[in-house]
Design a protein around this ligand. Structure first.
Ligand SMILES: NC(=O)c1ccc[n+]([C@@H]2O[C@H](COP(=O)([O-])OP(=O)(O)OC[C@H]3O[C@@H](n4cnc5c(N)ncnc54)[C@H](O)[C@@H]3O)[C@@H](O)[C@H]2O)c1
Length: 251
């Protein structure tokens, strides 16, 4: 695969390493200093471009790739209100694009397992469910977006749960906060947020009955998993037409 990297920051550098490890060719690297080189001439012969830049630049970068007929994988967050516009352009032009806000394959597998498990628990009954997310102390928001997605997956499939609350002792600005665990209503999922050390992210969904405990847990070890997911998405996209996301990759 002949690849272009757009955005040579933390993700772009990790993606370069993984592309090379997997035997791909990195033919073009675009960052701020040579952004003007993102054009048809430089993109000629590229099979896929992988874009991890900034919310202000992702739209233009992806649009340029699509206009030049180059398949594009993007993971830039914070701009996605304009994503449907580019997906439409991609379809019109018979192009190829892949977008995911989280490329960690394990997290996306967990989302799936989480929905399936909630549907199974809905049939058997007898369990209460809670979520715990543990992150480094610099993390500003609580609960994590991943924990919210997990809660939403449960709410869609488990009829006893209608919403979620956040028990986040010692964390300011927590959304849907309860001050004490005991305040969690029976029809809400308690998301407990913990901040300690330099932990990149641990998510645990726990079902507890009177007799046993069943846990689904994902632990992220480093950003390599995110970069690997983006490269696997690029391999998947290569030679295809259409608009794809992680659900398509996992099918
Ligand atoms: N989807 C996921 O799984 C996932 C994972 C990690 C990060 N992200 C997102 O990816 C983006 C990048 O993350 P990062 O950690 O690599 O950030 P970063 O700040 O380390 O790197 C961004 C790079 O983009 C460059 N850039 C800015 N404007 C540009 C332009 N017009 N053309 C080309 N390059 C340009 C910057 O100079 C910088 O080198 C962020 O939006 C982040 O939230 C998504």
């Amino acid at each position: 695969m002949k690849a272009a990297i757009i955005g040579y920051g933390k993700m772009g550098r990790e993606i370069e390493r993984i592309l090379k490890e997997r035997g791909h060719e990195v033919c073009l690297i675009i960052d701020l200093d040579n952004a003007a080189q993102l054009d048809a001439a430089h993109l000629a012969g590229i099979d896929v471009a992988i874009e991890f830049t900034t919310p202000a630049t992702a739209y233009r970068n992806i649009r340029t790739c699509l206009e030049c007929g180059v398949a594009v994988v993007s993971g830039t967050t914070g701009w996605t209100e304009r994503l449907p516009e580019l997906q439409e352009l991609c379809r019109e032009r018979g192009g190829a694009m892949f977008y995911a806000s989280n490329y960690c394959l394990g997290v996306n597998l967990m989302f799936r397992l989480n929905r399936q498990l909630a549907a199974m628990i809905n049939r058997v009954g007898g369990y209460n469910v809670r979520i715990e997310e543990v992150h480094h102390t610099q993390k500003k928001d609580a609960p994590s977006g991943t924990a919210i997605t997990l809660a939403e997956g449960i709410i869609e499939n488990l009829s006893s749960k209608k919403g979620w609350v956040n028990y986040a002792p010692g964390i300011e600005h927590a959304a849907n906060r309860v001050e004490r665990s005991e305040e969690t209503p029976a029809d809400s999922i308690e998301i407990r947020s913990v901040r300690e050390g330099a932990i990149p992210g641990i998510h645990t969904v726990t079902y507890e009955s009177e007799d046993d405990i069943l846990e689904l847990r994902h632990t992220i070890k480093n950003r390599r998993t995110l970069a690997l997911g983006a490269v696997v998405a690029a391999e998947f996209l290569c030679g295809k037409q259409g608009v794809y996301g992680m659900e398509d990759l996992l099918k």
